[in-house]
Design a protein around this ligand. Structure first.
Ligand SMILES: [Zn+2]
Length: 95
């Protein structure tokens, strides 16, 4: 299984106050998703989740990235979820 390298930055717009919050790619810490039975052999998920307090309104916002690697060494897809915020910009990833 590969290691995820991250570049760029994430910008999240707080749903409560519309302020843009920045998350640097270096803040994301990926760990492997435990495999489940429906997952093809050799498909690996790497997940990083981060919560922040909005700089303006102190609302809890956050982001979860799941980077799927299949076959090994190939980035298949990226799931990106924002909590209490919407994406203005996403990091980019390589495996
Ligand atoms: Zn806010």
């Amino acid at each position: 299984m590969g290691v995820v390298s991250t570049s760029g930055s994430t910008r999240l717009k707080c749903l409560n106050c519309q302020t843009i919050n920045h998350i640097s790619s270096v803040e994301l810490d990926f760990s492997e998703v435990p495999p489940n039975e429906s997952q093809p052999v050799g498909r690996t998920g790497h997940e990083a989740s981060l919560s922040k307090v909005c700089t303006q309104c102190s609302s809890q916002i956050g982001v979860t990235y799941t980077v799927w690697e299949f076959p090994e060494g190939n980035l298949e897809e990226v799931d990106a979820k924002a909590r209490n915020a919407v994406f203005m910009e996403r990091c980019s990833f390589r495996v």
